[in-house]
Design a binder for this molecule. Structure first.
Ligand code: 2M8
Length: 433
């Protein structure tokens, strides 16, 4: 029997291998993050995937974002999962029977979850448009997605300013995209877990137990989601026992507002309204979540009102904000011992010197390709070309070597989680373009 395929050597081979992953995970109107572990469409995955797909088929990249945004709720939220009707209902937990979106404000188009994920979509839409403006204009791509994206941002501003500083709050660890980040440990510890026998995990059918969140984490995720659901996903009524302001989510919102400004300008709309909002949010982000002594952005726990002094990659993501006043200090933190950027490795998701660092377990240490892609973008934006080049080389090498792993051990570079993972392939294609 033939052994495992050799790791792609040249850029052309790597591009072909990444293409095969994205084609293999395409369902006809969208892309699953991974065939086994995540067999539906995920919100922020879709945005990263579209950024890569635009290099293969700008039209397919447009469809990716059109199908995602078509699942928008009446209140403007973009749900974190759009369930694929062709996938068995029990293939993923929590599935459509848990979320019960139909009566709760979801559109008629699809069954979805009821929580959200970071707003990367407008950034992706602008990049997708720029890849092939002619097809985009002919198909009316931006006309179609702009009102949805504006309503999405409006939902975050209107319903999620739970801290009163103008920033958007996450009400579930899944909303941050960094599910079991050590930053959420203390806030989660206050949540009473759902009984272990009240639900059945499916993720462990597809990934090693040491690479995934624990059962105790899952009990709390289920409790928070069920409480939100049982309050009709109404942000004014729900108890929100977990509520945090995450620097990554808000930095992405700011960059996405800048992208909406560019889109509005292209469509002859009100660009200034979006740039103005980006400026106000930038002030709020720096004023509320930056710690000048630590030279780092921290999340804020809205139950206690205090910073969560854990160094995670989320605190470096504000590098993607144009004109960030503290960019030079943040670059210094990025190259320091906690993250070690510039040493031929991906950005660890959590402080390598931190008390909770775990090189295998999901968002508690491993390097993730989407986060490294964002940091790479920020380093380019703020003129740290040498660090950006080092990160780019590390990412493309690790992607090829690991068969496009979901995440990697940040020291050894060994593959963790799923393989043939969509956003890993997508950001690799983007870096190679
Ligand atoms: C992971 O999260 C899902 C829940 O949304 C899960 O663990 O089942 C996270 O890595 C998240 O950031 C990602 O969007 C999702 C799909 O790739 O998987």
């Amino acid at each position: 029997a033939p052994g495992p395929a050799a790791a792609p050597g040249t850029a052309a081979e790597l591009r072909r291998a990444a293409t095969r992953v994205l084609l293999g995970n395409w369902t006809g109107r969208s892309t699953v993050p991974s065939r086994g572990l995540y067999p539906h469409q995920w919100s922020w995955d879709s945005a990263f995937i579209a950024v890569g797909l635009r290099h293969l088929s700008p039209r397919r990249a447009q469809w990716e974002l059109e199908s995602m945004t078509a699942a928008q709720w009446a209140d403007g939220r973009l749900p974190h999962i759009v369930f694929d009707p062709a996938t068995p209902r029990g293939a993923y937990f929590p599935g459509p029977d848990f979320w019960r979106s139909a009566g709760a404000g979801a559109g008629a188009n699809a069954e979805t979850s009821g929580i959200v994920q970071p707003p990367v979509h407008a950034i992706a839409a602008w990049e997708v448009h720029r890849a092939d403006p002619e097809t985009s204009r002919r198909r009316g791509f931006l006309e179609r997605v702009y009102p949805r994206l504006a309503a999405w941002h409006h939902y975050l501003a209107r319903e999620r300013d739970l801290g009163g500083a103008g920033l958007a709050a996450a009400v579930h660890p899944w909303e941050s995209g960094m599910d079991n980040s050590p930053a959420w440990d203390a806030a989660l510890a206050r949540v009473a877990p759902a009984p272990a026998d009240s639900f059945a995990r499916r993720d462990l059918d597809h990934a090693p137990v040491a690479d995934r969140p624990t059962d105790a984490d899952y009990g709390r995720y289920v409790r928070l989601a069920a409480d939100y659901r049982d309050h009709g996903y109404d942000d004014a009524r729900a108890p929100h026992a977990f509520r945090v302001e995450d620097p990554s989510m808000n930095a992405l919102l700011i960059a996405a507002e800048h992208a909406l400004a560019a889109i509005a300008a292209e469509l002859g709309g009100d660009a200034a309204a979006h740039s103005g909002r980006a400026a106000v949010l930038t002030k709020a982000l720096v004023g509320t979540l930056y710690d000048p002594g630590a030279r780092m952005f921290f999340a804020r726990d809205l139950v206690t009102g205090a910073h969560i002094a854990e160094h995670t990659v989320a605190g470096l993501v504000p590098l993607i904000v144009p004109g960030l006043p503290v960019a030079a200090d943040l670059v210094a933190t990025a190259r320091g011992p906690r993250f070690g950027i510039g040493q031929g490795r991906l950005v660890p998701s959590y402080d390598r010197t931190g008390h909770a660092f775990d090189p295998c377990r999901y968002w508690r240490g491993p390097g993730w390709f989407n986060m490294s892609w964002l940091v790479h973008r920020g380093l380019v934006l703020h003129g740290a070309a040498d660090l950006a080049a080092d990160l780019r080389t590390a990412m493309t090498a690790a992607a090829g070597r690991t068969g496009f792993a979901e995440y990697v051990d940040p020291h050894s570079g060994q593959a963790r989680g799923a393989r043939a993972f969509s956003w890993t392939a997508a950001v690799t294609l983007d870096l190679l373009a």
